[in-house]
Design a protein around this ligand. Structure first.
Ligand code: PGA
Length: 249
């Protein structure tokens, strides 16, 4: 089943979040993809209550690697799990940019998530300068080499990678399906070399995905699903995305 994950970033009041969940959970299409919604932390409990007994899964947008202690403002994997989440984003490019998260921190976050039964969705992606200065391979290799660190194949299989080129996020300029497939193949090869995971790594594409372009990514080019920001916010638009994913996934 294809994955369709909605990253709401810093959007939506609790009332708006609940209204979205109410609209989307009614769709019969929600059974035909792995739908994941990632609200802000404060909206998680209300969304969890609204989607209980529905096929929609819940994810958080960040996690800290320690479980408790003097870490003001942080949220632990145990707290995220307790709130009903099964997934968590790790090192989204906006966390890298605005909260100075790096690949070593990503590795610690991935380990903390795995230790608590959460599926980390590890975000990697090159910026335009890196792409122009010799391609995506070196920039991405650093990210997945450090992020996966010393994980064994069984641990690596439980991580989802989201390929999100920084230049494509929120820009209206998505990577082409061919570019996404090329990168996915490189990631699979690199993660395989590092961890011994030869098959089964799931990879999402994210960056300016919309209902009219989503289908192309799922046509057998090694992309297992989609991570979507802007186009996920309106429930009607999200259902249009879901319809296209189910049609092609
Ligand atoms: P976008 O964001 O769909 O608005 O480009 C994707 C993301 O940042 O996950």
């Amino acid at each position: 089943m294809a994955i369709l994950a909605a990253n709401w970033k810093l959007h939506k009041t609790t009332a708006e979040a609940v209204a979205w969940a109410r609209a989307v959970k009614r769709s019969p299409l929600a059974h035909r993809a792995e739908v994941i919604v990632m609200p802000g932390f404060l909206q998680i409990p209300a969304v969890a209550a609204e989607i209980a007994q529905s096929p929609i899964s819940l994810g958080a947008q960040d996690v800290f690697w320690e479980q408790s202690g003097a870490y003001t403002g942080m949220v632990s994997a145990a707290q995220i799990t307790e709130a009903g989440c099964r997934y968590v984003l790790v090192a989204h490019s906006e966390r890298r940019r605005y909260a100075a998260e790096d690949d070593e921190g990503a590795h610690a976050r991935i380990r903390a998530a795995l230790a608590h039964g959460l599926t980390p969705v590890y975000c990697v992606g090159e910026d335009m300068d890196q792409r122009n200065a010799g391609g995506f391979r070196r920039a991405l290799k650093e990210q997945y080499d450090r992020g996966f660190g010393g994980l064994c194949a069984d641990e690596a299989r439980r991580v989802i990678v989201a390929y999100e080129p920084v230049w494509a996020i929120g820009s209206g300029q998505p990577a082409t399906p061919e570019q996404a497939s090329e990168v996915a193949a490189a990631i699979r090869e690199g993660v395989g070399a590092r961890t011994g995971l030869l098959e089964g790594l799931r990879i999402l594409y994210g960056g300016s995905v919309a209902p009219d372009n989503v289908g192309g990514y799922l046509l057998g080019g090694g992309i297992d699903g989609i991570l979507v920001g802007t186009a996920s916010l309106d429930p009607i638009g999200f259902l249009a995305l879901l319809k296209a994913v189910v049609g092609n996934g």
